[in-house]
Design a protein around this ligand. Structure first.
Ligand code: AMP
Length: 466
């Protein structure tokens, strides 16, 4: 009996151990599969490869130049903010807030989000750093990434980049016209053509109340013609139905009352003055009474910028408008404001589409080749000396034979190649090969830089007369 019990006990122990081992195996397998390396960017995110960098450089250069010319100061805000910095002004019920925000809790319990756009962050910074005491208008410019969990497709990414221009503290429509002028000048400087602005006024929050009542009544009467996902918006925010791309919505919206027919006198005058400024500046615009830009913070002027291709297709590049109530919504003093954002990724697509002149990256004019251990050692200092003399120089320190290095120099299209072998290293000399004429000369190491400078001047003349 005692033996039987012992056997049973040992069998139970054995099976428990077996189960534990199996569980451990399963867990290890799971962890292993969870930890499998996926050598791909996360969906909707992209690498910006060296081949595209010239476009990015050109864009940053143009933006910074225009920003300085128009008196904008650069500001960089963090990519992460408290979530309600975005949810409050952008508004519950918008695609951005309801579906597209990367929101999460930090280990410390803060509710934060990756910025889906920049305006709210810049307004937060304006208040936090007491910029209201600065002489008005306060002009701020920013460029950087933004994040929206949207369905990725051509030109729509989950990480994308915006360049933003905002002006705080002035309600004169001349500033609305000025930001549109900057937008236009940026695009023309980038070689983008057939630019078109769509512009509209949605009035002030106060004056919009009566218009919204009318709009609700209209949409209620057409409720059955609207796809179900838009029906709820009738009571929460009917303006957003204008943003829908759905054909049925577009048809219903075509007959809807329009905001510009229901503006208060101030907003009407403001809009009229803006149009006069745009005419004066000769900016290409059309009034689009259906344009509302569905974020809660917009007031009065709203506009979008696109370029049109030969088939009449619009390529949306950016948009903006007035956000006169935003600073107050954040608890600051009433501060009128206007701004806009370009989608930088879209600008690059457009530059490529229209084959805009690509920013030429500076090409090296000199190549430094070396042979043998001593030559290699000496070439490091010579490389630094050439570079310090302001001459763009390339090398391929890792590449073995002289032949391979010269082939590389040829590919780069340099004008001069400097060669230091074992003998030159011992003699404190350098061979300078002129890649345009094919001649070569040995010069003293301490005269090499002067010689190179002279040589480059001559090759410029040679290339010009060729
Ligand atoms: P919005 O404020 O949504 O009109 O965005 C301003 C500009 O940013 C748009 O006109 C686009 O050029 C660009 N943009 C917005 N969302 C994306 C996205 N998901 N991917 C790439 N560009 C975007």
């Amino acid at each position: 009996m005692a033996k039987k019990k012992a056997t049973k006990k040992s069998a139970t122990k054995k099976s428990t151990t077996k189960n534990a081992v199996n569980a451990k195996k399963r867990a290890t397998k799971r962890v292993k599969s969870e930890e499998q390396l996926v050598l791909q960017t996360v969906r909707g995110m992209r690498d910006i490869l060296p081949g595209d960098q010239a476009y990015w450089q050109q864009i940053r250069k143009v933006f910074e130049k225009r920003a300085t010319e128009y008196g904008f100061s650069r500001i960089d805000t963090p990519i992460i903010e408290f979530e309600n910095i975005f949810t409050r002004p952008i508004g519950i019920g918008t695609d951005i807030v309801d579906n597209e925000m990367y929101s999460f809790r930090t280990k410390g319990g803060d509710k934060v989000a990756l910025r889906p756009e920049m305006t709210a962050s810049i307004a937060r910074a304006y208040i936090q750093h007491g910029m209201m005491i600065l002489p008005k208008p306060v002009k701020l410019f920013s460029i950087g990434p933004a994040y929206r969990y949207d369905r990725p497709q051509e030109g729509r990414y989950r990480e994308f980049h915006q360049a933003e221009f905002d002006i705080f503290g002035e309600e004169d429509p001349i500033l609305d016209a000025q930001v549109m002028q900057i937008a236009y000048r940026v695009l023309t400087s980038l070689g983008i053509k057939n630019i078109q602005f769509s512009v509209n006024s949605i009035g002030t929050t106060e004056s919009r109340k009566d218009y919204l009542k009318l709009l609700k009544t209209y949409f209620r009467s057409k409720k059955n013609k609207l796809p179900s996902r838009y029906r709820d918006m009738i009571d929460t925010n009917p303006l957003r139905i204008f943003d829908a791309k759905d054909d049925k919505c577009i048809q219903v919206c075509a007959g809807a009352p329009q905001s510009i027919d229901h503006l208060d006198k101030d907003s009407r005058d403001h809009f009229k003055n803006l149009l006069e400024y745009l005419d004066e500046l000769n900016l290409p615009y059309t009034i689009d009474p259906q344009l509302v830009r569905g974020l809660d913070y917009y007031t009065r002027t709203v506009f979008e910028i696109s370029s049109n291709d030969e088939n009449g297709k619009k390529h949306a590049l950016g948009g903006g408008g007035r956000f006169d109530g935003l600073i107050e919504m954040f608890g600051g003093e009433p501060t009128p404001a206007i701004g806009f954002a370009f989608g930088v990724d879209r600008l690059i697509m457009e530059m490529k589409r229209v084959k805009a002149k690509k920013f030429k990256e500076q090409q090296p004019r000199v190549f430094l080749a070396q042979l043998g251990d001593l030559g290699k050692k000496k070439s490091l200092q010579l490389f630094a000396d050439i570079e310090q003399a302001g001459i763009l120089v390339a090398e391929s320190f890792g590449r073995g034979s002289l032949q391979k290095q010269l082939r590389h120099a040829n590919k780069l299209g340099v004008e001069l190649t400097l060669i230091i072998g074992q003998q030159e290293a011992l003699d404190e000399t350098v061979i300078v090969k002129n890649m345009v004429t094919g001649t070569q000369e040995t010069v003293a190491r301490d005269k090499a830089i002067t010689f190179v400078k002279k040589g480059l001047k001559q090759t410029v003349k040679l290339v010009k007369t060729k």
